[in-house]
Design a protein around this ligand. Structure first.
Ligand SMILES: [Zn+2]
Length: 84
């Protein structure tokens, strides 16, 4: 059972950071690392990476399954994760 409320909250926080231009300021690689760290920290709270990265993961080029950088995502996942 995932902590959906916390996952949706984190998704909203990530979108607020986008609205305020934080990702543009940091650049893509650093933004991806920032979001990876947030998702990693969320595992202590039983959050769901797919819910956290919903839509924003695609815009940042982050796979919601393996958290690797990927330019081509479908349903939030990279090609390797879609094959599994
Ligand atoms: Zn992946």
């Amino acid at each position: 059972m995932s902590n959906h409320a916390a996952s949706y909250l984190l998704n909203e926080v990530l979108e607020i950071l986008e609205v305020y231009g934080v990702y543009k300021h940091l650049g893509r690689p650093t933004s991806q690392e920032l979001v990876r760290e947030i998702v990693a920290a969320s595992s202590d709270y039983d959050c769901n990476p797919g819910e956290i990265l919903d839509a924003i993961g695609g815009r940042l080029g982050l796979c919601c399954s393996c958290l690797r950088s990927a330019d081509l995502l479908r349903t939030g996942r990279c090609e390797d994760c879609r094959r599994k």
